[in-house]
Design a protein around this ligand. Structure first.
Ligand code: GRF
Length: 198
C-alpha cells in the first residue's frame, strides 16, 4: 500500500473523491496518509479532519523564498515516507528539488483536455473561461505526471465532457468535476499506485 500525500489549497472536492474511492474499495493500492494545504482556511483541511487524516499547513508566505518553501514540503514528504504526491487543486508551485526527488511520483489533475488551456495562468475558473471564449464543444479533465513544465508532464488519463449552449464558467466547471474529475483522479491514483507496487 503506497502512502499518499494530497496537496490542496481550496475546497477539496477532489480530495473527497479520493477519500470516497478509498472507502468504496476503488482506491486500494494506495492510502491517503497526509493532507498538506498551502492555505490555512482551505475547506479541504476540514474534510481531512473529519476522516482522521493528518492535515498540515505549509504556507508559502511563511518562508523567505520558494526554495525554503520547497525544502519544507520535501522534508515533510520524506519524513512521512510518502510514495506518491497528488496535487488536487494545489495552487503552490513545486520546484526542482521536490520534482526531482519525486520523479514520476507526483501527479496533478487539470480541468481541461491538455494541452488545450494549460500552462501558466490557467487555473480554476480561468480554464473554463478560456474554453468558453474559444468556443470548444468538448472539454474535460486530464491527470498527468508533474515535471518542470507547467501542465506539461506525461498524460496518464483523460476524460471528455460536452460543453452546452449557455454554459457559464461555473456551470462548466461543475460538469467537468462531476462527469470527469471525481472519477478520473481516483482511477489514475489507483493505476499509478499499482504500477509502483510492482
Ligand atoms: C479542480 O478543478 C482541479 O482540476 C483544479 O482545481 C480544482 C480544485 O477543486 N486543479 P477542489 O479543491 O478539488 O474542489
Amino acid at each position: 500500500m503506497i502512502p499518499i500525500a494530497v496537496l490542496v489549497s481550496g475546497c477539496g472536492t477532489n480530495l473527497q473523491a479520493l477519500i470516497d474511492a478509498g472507502e468504496a474499495g476503488i482506491l486500494c493500492a494506495g492510502k491517503i496518509a497526509l493532507v498538506i494545504s498551502s492555505n490555512p482556511a482551505a475547506y479541504a483541511l476540514k474534510r481531512a479532519e473529519q476522516y482522521h487524516i493528518p492535515g498540515i499547513v505549509v504556507e508559502p508566505k511563511s518562508y523567505s523564498s520558494p526554495a525554503a518553501y520547497n525544502h519544507a514540503i520535501l522534508g515533510v514528504l520524506e519524513a512521512q515516507g510518502i510514495g506518491l504526491v497528488v496535487l488536487a487543486g494545489f495552487l503552490g508551485i513545486l520546484g526542482t528539488p521536490v520534482i526531482q526527488a519525486y520523479t514520476q511520483r507526483i501527479i496533478n489533475i487539470h480541468p481541461s483536455l491538455l494541452p488545450a488551456f494549460g500552462g501558466r495562468g490557467f487555473y480554476g475558473l480561468k480554464v473554463h473561461e478560456a474554453a468558453l471564449a474559444r468556443g470548444v464543444k468538448i472539454t474535460g479533465a486530464t491527470v498527468h505526471y508533474v515535471d518542470e513544465r507547467v501542465d506539461g508532464g506525461e498524460i496518464i488519463l483523460q476524460k471528455a465532457v460536452e460543453v452546452w449552449e449557455g454554459d457559464t464558467p461555473e456551470t462548466l466547471q461543475k460538469r467537468v468535476m462531476q462527469e470527469a474529475e471525481w472519477q478520473l483522479l481516483p482511477a489514475a491514483v489507483e493505476l499509478v499506485c499499482r504500477k509502483r507496487e510492482r
